[in-house]
Structure formats: structure tokens, C-alpha cells
Design a protein around this ligand. Structure first.
Ligand code: MN
Length: 248
């Protein structure tokens, strides 16, 4: 009886002493910024999490944050960060006032994204910035934006609503090493990079000369939507695999 009791008492200990997770190598973890709907629901297209999963990493959706310590702790918990698409960044963050009624601002998301973006830059961890994310990182790194391309850029056709347009890719950029001289991309933006942040290099231009991508050693930014295009064209996995390959 005593032996049986001892066995029962030791059993949980035996279980907890066994090898843990050593038979399955852990995958890199990627935090993804999100928005919030009017009802308060977390808002992020599943195409972002799908793309990261397909590229061989584990996506986690970051909550909306309101303080620096939380932003830093979240960034510390992951191996890299994706800044996703969304509405416009308040121009106050690059020293301007709102130009017109096309500029739509979500102050809570701005505060959260700016905290997370500054924490990501401070961490040195790889960043993939898409659409609003590309604009956000340009501002965080010291650049400015066009608030409304149709108003501010002469003779520029629409870049919104998913229109397809060509981009020319700058030789020597990482984007060029992945895709060569040109691409056709799906475009969902009415804002864009105006003054490029110091310390980054343009990787792609639209036919009108708009910045469609930029890079430095840490940040890989695109104005277009590779995660959307990946749904119908697997060549876009190359971009996400490159990002995941830089983690850890
Ligand atoms: Mn575009």
C-alpha cells in the first residue's frame, strides 16, 4: 500500500521531469499590429496571419496598447514585428494639420502603433511594414507623408481601391534581389511617403515617382499588399520567407 501511495505521489514529478518540447523545434514568433472596429472588436485581415504561417513562423496579434512599458514588453516577447495596413496617421505626428475630409484618423490606433513602432526600432528586431505600416515607420524614423495623393500629387492616377499598377524596383535593394526590375502590385492607399526618413533607401517607385517601398538593415517596408496578393500568387511567399529568414 505504501509503495502504491509513493508511486501516486511521484507520478506528477516523473511527468514534469521529462524532456520538454525538445522533439519539435520552436518556430519564430511574429507580432502583428491591428486595428479596432467601431464596436471594439480586434480588426486584422486574416491574410496577414496566413502569410506569416505559410512562411514558417507563428503569428500573434498584438493588442492595442496605451503605454510604453507594455509596448516594449510585447516587442521583447517576439522575434519580429509586422505593422499592418489601416487608416491614416494623424498628420500632427509629422508637424502638419489635417489637409481635408479624406483624412480619417483613429487616435487610439495611432497612439498604440507609435508606441509599438518606437519599441520595435529600439529593439533592433526585424520589421516588415505594409501600407499604413510603411507610412507609420517613415514617420517614426523622421519622414513625412502626402495626406491625400490625388490633391497633393499632380496628374497622379488613383492608388486606392485595389487598383493594379506597375512599380520599378531599385537595383541593389533587397526587394530587387527577390523580384528583379519590376512588379505589378495591388494598391490600397491615398496617402504615401513625401519626405523619406533619413537612414532608409527607396526600393521601389510607382510610374509617377511615388515611393512604393524602402529599406534599411532593420525595416523592410512596402506601400502595396503582398499578403493580399499571396492569396492568388505564391511568388509573394518569397517576400515573407525572406522576412522570416531574418528572425533570431
Ligand atoms: Mn500604389
Amino acid at each position: 500500500m505504501r509503495r502504491i501511495l509513493t508511486l501516486i505521489l511521484l507520478f506528477p514529478l516523473v511527468l514534469s521531469c521529462g524532456p520538454r518540447h525538445t522533439d519539435s523545434p520552436s518556430l519564430p514568433l511574429v507580432g502583428i499590429s491591428c486595428g479596432r472596429s467601431a464596436s471594439g472588436a480586434v480588426s486584422l485581415a486574416s491574410t496577414y496571419t496566413d502569410a506569416i504561417l505559410q512562411a514558417g513562423a507563428l503569428p500573434v496579434v498584438f493588442p492595442t496598447v496605451a503605454d510604453e512599458a507594455t509596448a516594449r514588453a510585447l516587442v521583447a516577447a517576439v522575434d519580429g514585428v509586422v505593422f499592418s495596413g489601416g487608416e491614416d496617421l494623424d498628420p500632427v505626428h509629422y508637424g502638419e494639420t489635417v489637409l481635408n475630409e479624406t483624412v480619417y484618423i483613429d487616435a487610439d490606433r495611432d497612439r498604440s502603433d507609435l508606441l509599438l513602432a518606437r519599441a520595435a526600432v529600439a529593439s533592433g528586431k526585424p520589421v516588415l511594414a505594409i501600407c499604413r505600416g510603411e507610412q507609420l515607420m517613415n514617420v517614426v524614423l523622421g519622414g513625412t507623408l502626402y495626406q491625400d495623393i490625388p490633391t497633393q500629387v499632380e496628374d497622379c492616377p488613383s492608388h486606392s481601391g485595389g487598383v493594379l499598377h506597375p512599380i520599378s524596383i531599385v537595383p541593389g535593394s533587397v526587394l530587387h534581389s527577390l523580384y528583379g526590375d519590376s512588379l505589378t502590385v495591388s494598391s490600397f492607399h491615398h496617402q504615401g511617403v513625401k519626405d523619406l526618413a533619413p537612414g532608409v533607401k527607396v526600393s521601389a517607385y510607382s510610374p509617377e515617382g511615388l515611393v512604393e517601398g524602402y529599406e534599411n538593415d532593420q525595416v523592410f517596408a512596402v506601400q502595396f499588399h503582398p499578403e493580399k496578393m499571396l492569396q492568388t500568387d505564391t511568388t509573394w511567399l518569397r517576400l515573407f520567407r525572406h522576412f522570416v529568414g531574418r528572425l533570431r
